[in-house]
Design a protein. Structure first.
Length: 143
């Protein structure tokens, strides 16, 4: 999926929508000291392009995303969308990158979780508040 020519629907969550606006207004730097990106996926049932804002860490060329859903017992929609169609667009800074997603293996997740929590300590609290395993996804640029 490249930079879309079709309309993109931003997250209906007010906090996330405001974060997307700050991302755009600041040229991709909405929170100093935190690596943020915009993720565009295709809705698994609607087929509509959907955009959300997420923190990330890097693992080599891959962007590591945490499907925390703020500690909810449900997976976030963007995660389910990527399971259905792993093609996505990442907006990092001012750059749009086509990427392909895959879930982290258990070994990768064990290695990456300390880095994820170091970057965003709230993820440790999210893990403590949910009964589900919070997945990590690796998105590798494909273009």
């Amino acid at each position: 999926m490249t930079a879309p020519a079709e309309p993109v629907v931003d997250s209906p969550d007010a906090w996330v929508a405001a974060h997307i606006r700050r991302f755009e207004e600041t040229g991709g730097l909405p929170r100093p000291g935190i690596d943020d990106l915009l993720l565009t996926t295709r809705g698994r049932t609607s087929g509509v392009l959907r955009r959300t804002a997420l923190a990330y860490v890097r693992d080599g060329e891959a962007y590591v995303l945490t499907a925390s859903n703020r500690g909810s017992d449900r997976h976030p929609a963007w995660y389910l969308n990527l399971l259905a169609d792993p093609r996505a667009t990442l907006h990092v800074g001012r750059h749009a990158l086509p990427a392909t997603a895959r879930p982290a293996t258990p070994e990768e997740a064990a290695r990456l979780w300390p880095r994820v929590v170091a970057a965003m300590p709230s993820y440790a609290a999210y893990r403590a508040t949910t009964t589900r395993e919070i997945p990590l996804l690796l998105l590798t640029p494909s273009g």
